[in-house]
Design a protein around this ligand. Structure first.
Ligand SMILES: NC(=O)c1ccc[n+]([C@@H]2O[C@H](COP(=O)([O-])OP(=O)(O)OC[C@H]3O[C@@H](n4cnc5c(N)ncnc54)[C@H](O)[C@@H]3O)[C@@H](O)[C@H]2O)c1
Ligand SMILES: [Zn+2]
Length: 346
């Protein structure tokens, strides 16, 4: 495909094609059978565009991401005689691409997978980087695989039909990417916030590309999170804990998590007060949460159980400036005392 970006990792490679969507599928499917999985809302919203394809409609959201659903839909693929040379396609947000990618990775030991992400979150984060999986009991993404789609077709126009609350959640990850790696993108977000919140297509497309490129660059250098990829956990150590505790949307929880991480970065890494304020303002301007209203006694046990906490330390991501971040192992008792100081100061 013209203008595709190649992502080569040690467990596979993908072609990422911007400005392409469902209408590009026929040229990729020539002579092969396929199943296109989407969720019930997208099946309705995009009924006409989906009409040429063999569509299977999945339940929406996290209720999809269980091993029981995997078993059910693998059975469906078998019933349809999908062979190893055929293709499965996901058309949806991160829940759909995580689920379908996981099925593709285990069906007959792996068949070709094409991903067409339809949310801001999926286009800049979930669909990029090869992590697939489902939840296990209360634990998110606990069972899964690293598996690369052959193609990722990213058309930002799909995001225009997202409802406002879902749409803005994706901007937490975009702000995260800018904060850890890209001052120019951060400045663009500051300048174009109103246009982005109003879903102006040209600005949105540009920002989705820039934010996606940051993730792709990091993943290309460290696919399996041995080092650099941990930067993408900025805001997620505390964020995951309060997401679970308060039942908050992911982006809001990461908004709070980034605000806390920025405060801790002031005391530990001399992040300037100006940089701190810019980050908090930007998160708030995208209508995401910045205020921690949970009690440390409640979220601390969840933080400890999160799969990224190991032994007596956690790799915590601090900002040293806008666009610059570092990963530092920090002893849990030290993190706890930094967080206690933070709570005492708010
Ligand atoms: N694999 C990874 O690296 C990774 C990274 C981040 C998040 N995730 C996963 O991504 C999921 C969250 O992503 P999400 O919010 O995109 O998931 P989602 O698939 O649950 O979509 C959210 C909602 O938006 C609706 N929707 C999707 N596209 C739409 C569109 N174009 N127009 C209107 N409505 C639309 C869906 O029907 C759904 O109700 C979580 O399961 C999370 O674990 C995975
Ligand atoms: Zn996230």
């Amino acid at each position: 495909m013209d203008n595709a970006i190649s992502l080569e990792l040690d467990f596979g490679s993908s072609k990422i094609c911007y400005g392409r969507g469902l209408s590009s599928l026929p040229e990729l499917l020539v002579g092969r059978s396929h199943i296109l999985f989407t969720d019930s809302l997208l099946a309705e919203l995009y009924r006409d565009e989906l009409q040429p394809y063999d569509v299977v409609t999945l339940p929406r959201g996290e209720e999809l991401k269980t091993l029981a659903q995997v078993e059910h839909y693998l059975g469906h693929m078998l019933d349809q005689d999908i062979s190893r040379k055929d293709v499965v396609i996901s058309f949806g947000g991160g829940a759909v691409s995580d689920f379908v990618g996981f099925m593709a990775s285990i069906y007959k030991r792996g068949i070709e997978f094409i991903s067409v992400p339809t949310t801001v979150l999926a286009q800049v984060d979930a669909a990029l980087g090869g992590k697939t999986g489902v939840n296990f009991g209360q634990w998110k993404n606990m069972v899964g695989s690293f598996y690369m789609p052959s193609h990722i077709l990213i058309d930002s126009h799909y995001c225009l039909t997202q409802d406002h609350d879902d749409y803005k959640q994706g901007f937490a990850e975009i702000i995260k990417h800018a904060a850890i790696r890209d001052l120019a993108l951060f400045e663009k977000l500051e300048k174009d916030c109103v246009k982005l919140m109003a879903k102006q297509p040209e600005v949105l497309e540009d920002v989705i590309r820039s934010a996606g490129r940051i993730k792709l660059d990091i993943v290309a250098k460290d696919a399996k999170e041995a080092g650099l990829r941990k930067l993408l956990n900025f805001g997620h150590t505390v964020g995951h804990g309060i997401e679970k505790l308060a039942g908050m949307a992911h982006g809001d929880a990461i908004g709070v998590g980034m605000s806390v991480a920025a405060a801790l970065s002031q005391s530990r890494c001399q992040l300037s007060p100006e940089a701190y304020t810019r980050l908090i303002d930007l998160i708030g301007n995208f209508d995401l949460e910045t205020v921690m209203s949970q009690d440390i006694e409640e979220y601390w046990p969840l933080l400890l159980k999160d799969k990224k906490a190991h032994a007596n330390a956690v790799d915590y991501v601090f900002l040293t400036d806008i666009g610059k971040a570092i990963i530092e192992p920090i002893a849990l008792d030290q993190l706890r005392s930094l967080l206690e100081d933070y709570h005492a100061s708010i």
